[in-house]
Design a protein around this ligand. Sequence first.
Ligand SMILES: *Cc1c(COP(=O)(O)O)cnc(C)c1O
Length: 377
Amino acid sequence: MIYLDNAATTAVAPEVRAAMEPYLHDVYGNPSSVHQAGRTARAAIERAREQVAKAIHAKPAEIVFTSGGTEADNAAIIGVMMGNPEKGKHLITTAMEHKAVLTACEWLEKLGCEVTYLSPGADGKVSAEAVAAEIRPDTVLISVMTVNNETGAIQPIQEIAKAAREHGVYFHSDAVQAAGALELDVDLLGVDLLSLSGHKLHGPKGIGALYVRSQIKFAPLLHGGSQERKLRGGTENLPGIVGLGVAIERAVEERADKLAKIRSLRDEMLAAFERELGDTVVTNSPADALPTILNVSFLGVPAERLLMNLDMAGIMAASGSACTSGSLQPSHVLEAMALDEERVRSAIRFSFSGHNTHDEVSTAAEKIVAAVRRLKR
Ligand SMILES: *Cc1c(COP(=O)(O)O)cnc(C)c1O
């Protein structure tokens, strides 16, 4: 089996599993309890909060643990819009966001908010100028992802943040695909809110975090006890939080080495496709995309047929994102880029992690080329 779908999820690293282990049996106190068992659990959560904060150069008090990237996105967008009704009802996002952002925006539209969806260019990027041009007096929030999960396109976050700040508009970025691959410094980036997820960086599923800059008015999504400084009710996912802390700390430590390796894997795969298939393969990821994601179209070969063939050959990849693949819906990201229909229909996403090897990539490339040739006949 060759797993090239790391943008959908990654394997839990052995070190992460080992760190979580005690919190699945020995340490079971409720972090809100004041007795010894509770205090031990509380200490573990606060240690993880420091690890997450350090990874993005934030303060521990600015980190809210969530059930994953989806909840972080929902909490950010709905929380800011609901928390600042006096500022207005308008928000700006892009048509290529993850469904967690898009459907939260659609929900807010049902509640009376107005949303502007900007389309990226054919390079998969939105410009800060295009975002700034949509800012109105009643704009409350801008939400633009750091790295797109289908193309790997890196967005101009610093420039967008500057425009947002100049107009007194809050800025959220979904950094789920960027974390662990790009250096993230919330002050350098200038973001007010940032979403993270554990399972995209070799941590466990069902845990994530939202960075909320201090002083930001923010209404909680989950109402309950006073956990997470009353910003997210519910007894904390103790083993998940410990796992996220260790996973993100490791990701930052190993980032440079891993990224260099992943870049060479990506380059090797793309070179093999171009050498063997010539101009019948088109790259949908921009040249300066994050190398963890390679989106290519094998013209004349429907993506779903190729994926099925690859799956039988033990190679796992995706068309579009995991949440939409299987639905046979064309990718909303590639459609937003206005790529022609044939390119969208035949697009496959290969996504790499530091666990992949050159042997895997050369074997996969060979099998993919053979399958493409077979399906074209
Ligand atoms: C995976 C992903 C999410 C959702 O995170 P979950 O932890 O799976 O809920 C959100 N945004 C992006 C860009 C993602 O890739």
